[in-house]
Design a protein around this ligand. Sequence first.
Ligand code: NDP
Length: 246
Amino acid sequence: MTLQGKVALVTGASSGIGEATAEALAAAGANVVIAARRVDRLAALEEKLAAQGTKVLSVALDVTDEDACRSAVQQTVDQFGGLDVLVNNAGLMLLGKIEGADTTDWTRMINTNVLGLMFMTHAALPHLLAGGGSIVNISSVAGRVARLGSGAYNASKFAVGAFSEALRQEVTARNVRVILIEPGMVATELRTHITDQEAKANAEARAGQMRQLQAPDIAGAVVWAVTQPDHVAINEVLVRPTDQVL
Ligand code: NDP
């Protein structure tokens, strides 16, 4: 129970990596705040965690709404007295070629993957700086390696890497650790939301060619990174399926 008494807020906790991360942080002893738009899914997770003895708060949150981000952080502090770990996980992967793309996909991805993460960081920072803490940003292999058919998603995740490094330089000496997690292919519902049918079929075919990671594999990396001794900052963790070549 290495996170006993700590308070962790996870965005996009209604499914996939966020849900598994909330569970893993709770298992390590943290009080958890679970946030996403699908409140029915949050209610089910809240019930499960509470039954295991975790103090849990669920918050309806659309990270593209800056006021909602501020409110989620404020509700966390009001309920638990502070914030120690922010996991910026909420994200969309609307793959597709650049030529002829539906640019509303681009707007949604940049607003969620980039601006949402920035709004949450901005709202949480005063509380993390007050007592020390960690910000975990869930990027992707797509934040390191660009691929044909992934341009806008690549742009959003490269932005997460750039923002994280600038943030790290700004706050690390003030006891706030910035941790970038870069998963490869994980078996979640992420690719089911792709609107471009050709890109969706390609993504499903790629996934079928490998033993994918499971959400708890990434949750384990998050817990490992945030439970290091205070003087150790794990700044970047790249986790691919063993079978993933590209
Ligand atoms: P899921 O689709 O299962 O989870 C995405 C989560 O983000 C959901 O909980 C969803 O909740 C939430 N979300 C989406 N939009 C918003 C929004 N506007 N406001 C608040 N929450 C939002 O996919 P994953 O678990 O796979 O994805 C989690 C993160 O991991 C993403 O950032 C993704 O880019 C990244 N990642 C995933 C990989 C994979 O292969 N699966 C690989 C590399 C990175 P709700 O709809 O209820 O709001």
